[in-house]
Write a protein that binds this ligand. Structure first.
Ligand SMILES: [Fe+2]
Length: 171
């Protein structure tokens, strides 16, 4: 059931994660902007060139990458994303306890769930049209996330998985 919620990209994104952490550390708090209930920081295009997978994806698809920040002791309630069908995520920093949980059969009193346990330096294709929630605990949680834009606005999760296979990063 996890494949319909998320899919691991066969690629290790070192050293992008440490570069993103440097960006976070160097950014004034005022430069984060409100974005769909998160605080967000757009990522300059130069960062895409630091990662061979993102570089390849950018040759095929138009996207904007950003960092999303959730404060400590915060839950992002069950939802599906309104403005995108899929995304591509990598956890940059948390306290090791934050949770991302999908409900592939939708909301019920008692319902099956699928947890996405983010491994370090790993991207995941994320089906934002499956109900999901984020629970954060003791520290700010920083997520790399990209959304498809321009000619690729509305790209579906299935199309993204097909891209990963075509580019040699699928499974
Ligand atoms: Fe979401």
């Amino acid at each position: 059931m996890s494949d319909m919620c998320y899919k691991k990209v066969q690629h290790t994104a070192y050293p992008l994660r440490s570069l993103l952490w440097e960006l976070i550390s160097a950014t004034e708090p005022d430069n984060w902007v409100p974005y769909y209930n998160f605080m967000a920081l757009p990522i300059p295009k130069e960062f895409v060139k630091e990662d061979p997978f993102l570089q390849k994806l950018s040759e095929k698809r138009d996207f904007q990458a950003g960092l999303l920040k959730i404060p400590p002791h915060t839950v992002y309630n069950w939802h599906v994303d309104t403005d995108r069908n899929c995304g591509l995520n990598m956890l940059v920093y948390d306290d090791g306890q934050s949770k991302c949980i999908f409900a592939p059969e939708g909301m019920k009193i008692v319902m099956p769930t699928v947890e996405l346990r983010y491994a370090p330096n790993i991207f995941y294709a994320f089906n934002t049209k499956v109900m999901h929630t984020v629970i954060n605990f003791t520290t700010p949680r920083y997520m790399f996330s990209l959304e498809f834009m321009g000619k690729d606005y509305g790209l579906t999760y299935e199309q993204l998985l097909a891209d990963l296979k075509e580019l040699g990063y699928g499974s």
